[in-house]
Design a protein around this ligand. Structure first.
Ligand SMILES: Nc1ncnc2c1ncn2[C@@H]1O[C@H](COP(=O)(O)OP(=O)(O)OP(=O)(O)O)[C@@H](O)[C@H]1O
Length: 322
């Protein structure tokens, strides 16, 4: 195996997973709150919610490490969606853990981390209610989830809810550059732009796409990134949307369609490109987004045909006054 292949073995998302709260990028206010909790030592029950790949699980585990130090391995119970988390696990495993005695730094508590908690059944969540109360003097719970409304109300009312927002492009960029420097990656600016464009604020996806592009092509440039991500190149989509005539627009669309991109891929790229189109008037841009939105809705309802997208392009060219 070559040295390069060996170097690529460990996923960068794991290799560069922050170990301290201060290394987590973005959501500064929430992170500051977690740092305060880490200093006080008295962690409340927590729900951390937000989109995938923005550092929720990482934050909880950093917090637990900072609170418990060397006691982490015995004083933290981590359960995620791949573990069985039905009612029996709550009744047995979690309860047993809560009853377990272990020596901790003074004023600290054992921590149960429930990742992807929104996928737990309502029954299992109900069963947690009493457990959380009875053992709250020794054990605290941290839930990470994508949608906090999937956590039943009684649990929500027992917890402090922290919401993570999507990471800004410059925050993702900063982290990418750190990894690029550490891994000595060759890149071009349009390559970085492509990674940020496709990741849409999801740090995990950004790092994975970076690593896949390096593994596949070596050089991170726009073309290679879009090949790896397998989504239509935004420049072609832009040309399609701004073509001087409907015929030209349809010709570019046909090219994309024949390459095998799905209707959803094309329509979502159309939306992302249109969102940032500075070349046209605001009112026209909003009308275009409206048409794209309608087409997207119909495609998600199941009508993802060639005709559907061709119709969308026809409406867009009408909106643009062609
Ligand atoms: N804010 C961040 N700062 C630095 N690295 C991050 C950040 N967010 C995510 N990452 C990187 O992405 C990886 C995945 O993050 P994490 O598991 O915390 O995501 P998550 O928000 O819990 O997602 P999910 O909802 O899918 O569980 C981490 O290992 C880390 O490398």
């Amino acid at each position: 195996m070559s040295a390069n292949a060996l170097k690529l073995e460990l996923p960068w998302v794991e290799k560069y997973r922050p170990h301290l709260l201060k290394d987590i990028v973005g959501n500064e206010e929430t992170i500051t709150r977690l740092q305060q909790i880490a200093q006080d030592g008295n962690m409340p029950h927590l729900i951390i919610s937000g989109l995938p790949g923005i550092g929720k699980t990482t934050s909880v585990s950093c917090l637990a490490h900072e609170l418990l130090g060397n006691a982490y391995s015995q004083a933290v119970l981590e359960l995620n969606a791949s573990d069985d988390r039905g009612i029996d696990v709550v009744r047995n495993q979690i309860k047993q853990f809560a009853q377990k005695k272990c020596s901790l730094p003074p004023g600290r508590h054992k921590i149960v981390i429930l990742d992807e908690a929104d996928s737990m059944t309502a029954g299992a969540q109900q069963a947690l209610r009493r457990t959380m109360e009875i053992y709250s003097n020794t054990t605290r719970f941290a839930f990470a989830c994508n949608q906090s409304n999937k956590i039943i109300e009684p649990l929500q009312s027992r917890c402090a809810i922290l919401r993570y927002s999507k990471l800004q492009d410059d925050q993702v960029l900063r982290r990418l550059l750190e990894v690029i420097q550490a891994e000595n990656v060759q890149y071009t600016n349009d390559g970085l732009e492509a990674i940020i464009f496709t990741a849409e604020g999801d740090m995990r996806q950004a790092l994975n796409n970076l690593q896949s592009t390096v593994a596949g092509y070596g050089l991170v440039n726009g073309e290679n990134v879009f090949k790896i991500v397998d989504s239509p190149h935004p420049l072609i989509v832009k040309r399609m949307l701004l073509a001087p005539s409907l015929d030209e627009s349809l010709a570019l669309f046909k090219e994309l369609w024949n390459k095998g991109y799905s209707a959803v891929d094309i329509v979502t790229t159309c939306f992302r490109v249109t969102k940032n189109l500075d070349e046209i008037k605001e009112a026209v841009r909003l009308e275009m987004i409206r048409e794209i939105g309608f087409a997207h809705m119909r495609i998600l309802e199941g009508v993802g045909t060639y005709l559907q997208l061709a119709g969308m392009l026809a409406k867009i060219s009408k909106v643009r006054g062609l």
